[in-house]
Design a protein around this ligand. Structure first.
Ligand code: PLP
Length: 388
């Protein structure tokens, strides 16, 4: 059968993830050090795993409310108040989802009509562009630049706004650049959103992983912004819980209700075992999370130092667990650099163009891997750069 004629045009037209293509080459090769996958090398802290085990032992194996366990939503509301200084009502303004991934999809599908424009900054997380297309939106990307440490410039955003702009997607700290936003620039962006009546989807999944001075500020906490922001957060990164697949959205009740309508039919609810684990993470997980963050901080400093020493210009990103060195001096494209590094030295890092055209000339190296492996990877990379 010719299946190509059976598959939706919308799906056929979205590209496969550039990360996935690259990592299929690495599959099953034990000799390769991977700086590629954006996933903590730590196992989920033991007390959180234990909470999941106890929940199963007690026979808690049912569905939960579509919105998620009320106890968890109350705890999310408490956490968000303490961390972001924003108040959300657990009854109607918090939705527990299957990772931030599901929440992104729900938010876009709840907001967009066909042809609505969605602005996002790039290089960016690989799912944004296809998720917008799958929701029948029109993706409009605004490049960020090394000269700005990959923060989004309000002036660049303003130039991209048209009468069809409906949504702005933000992700700070950013995957893949580790960028954070200066407060003055974030305030200017908030003013533009109010002026042009944009809804913001703010993916703050890396917000705990900040290393420089200054606390994380969510755009939702700025004056006039809570009513027009869907704040997304989850447990995958800071609590090392990728496999639990748990995230959440906080937003005004009508927006959560719209997202919940899709969630209840597509997913019904997030898994109860993961919700029990998430509750434990929020109630007692801070010490373990701080320890992991301190370790990432140390690894970031080491990696940035080594990359600059070997002649690859690399800014020190304020958050997440990625560095984004400039490889343009090598004269190679991102893809050629990554492929040659892999074949010559068995080190895998992701070509920057996998995150959009603005990433060309850069390489994403994830430092959520052991310091020992990072040291070996940097030694190998230095040898490779020396041959160019
Ligand atoms: N958002 C960003 C910016 C990410 O980097 C990732 C994962 O890498 C996700 C969302 C997906 O998160 P989750 O595991 O909660 O679905």
């Amino acid at each position: 059968m010719d299946y190509s004629a059976k598959i939706s045009h919308q799906v056929a037209n979205i590209p496969r993830s550039g990360i996935r293509d690259f990592f299929e080459l690495v599959q099953g090769r034990d000799d390769v050090i991977s700086l590629g996958v954006g996933e903590p090398d730590f196992a989920t802290p033991w007390h959180i795993r234990e909470a999941a085990i106890y929940s199963l032992e007690k026979g808690h194996t049912s569905y939960t409310s579509n919105l998620g366990l009320l106890r968890l939503r109350k705890e999310i509301s408490r956490y968000v108040r303490d961390f972001f200084h924003i108040d959300y009502t657990p009854d109607s303004e918090v939705l527990v989802t299957v990772g931030v991934s599901e929440a992104i999809d729900l938010a876009l599908r709840a907001l967009l009509n066909p042809g609505d424009e969605v602005i996002f900054h790039s290089p960016c997380y690989v799912s944004y562009l296809p998720s917008i297309s799958l929701a029948y939106g029109v993706p409009v990307d605004v490049p960020t630049r090394k000269a700005d440490d990959f923060a989004l410039r309000a002036s660049m955003l303003e130039a991209a706004i048209t009468s069809k702009s409906r949504v702005l997607m933000l992700n700070f700290p950013t995957n893949p650049t580790g960028a954070v936003m200066p407060l003055e620039e974030l305030e200017k962006i908030a003013a533009l959103c109010i002026q042009h009546d944009l809804i913001v989807i703010s993916d703050e999944i890396y917000c705990e992983l900040r290393y420089n001075d200054g606390e994380h500020v969510s755009i939702a906490s700025l004056p006039g912004m809570q009513e027009r922001t869907i704040l997304l957060h989850g447990f995958s990164k800071a609590f090392a819980m990728t496999g639990f697949r748990l995230g959440y959205a906080c937003a005004p009740a009508p927006l959560i209700e719209a997202m919940m309508k899709i969630h209840q039919y597509a997913m019904l609810c997030a898994p109860i075992t993961s919700q029990a684990a998430a509750l434990e993470a929020l109630e007692h997980g801070e010490a373990a999370m701080t320890k992991m963050r301190d370790s990432y901080h140390h690894r970031r400093d080491y990696m940035v130092g080594r990359l600059n020493d070997m002649g690859l210009d690399c800014h020190s990103p304020g958050g997440a667990f990625y560095v984004f060195p400039d490889i343009r001096k090598s004269g190679l494209t991102s893809k050629d650099f990554a492929m040659q590094l892999l074949s010559a030295e068995d080190v895998a890092a992701v070509p920057g163009d996998a995150f959009g055209e603005a990433g060309e000339g850069f390489l994403r190296c994830c430092y959520a891997t052991s310091l020992e492996e990072i040291k070996t990877a940097m030694n190998r990379m230095e040898r490779f750069v020396g041959t160019l």
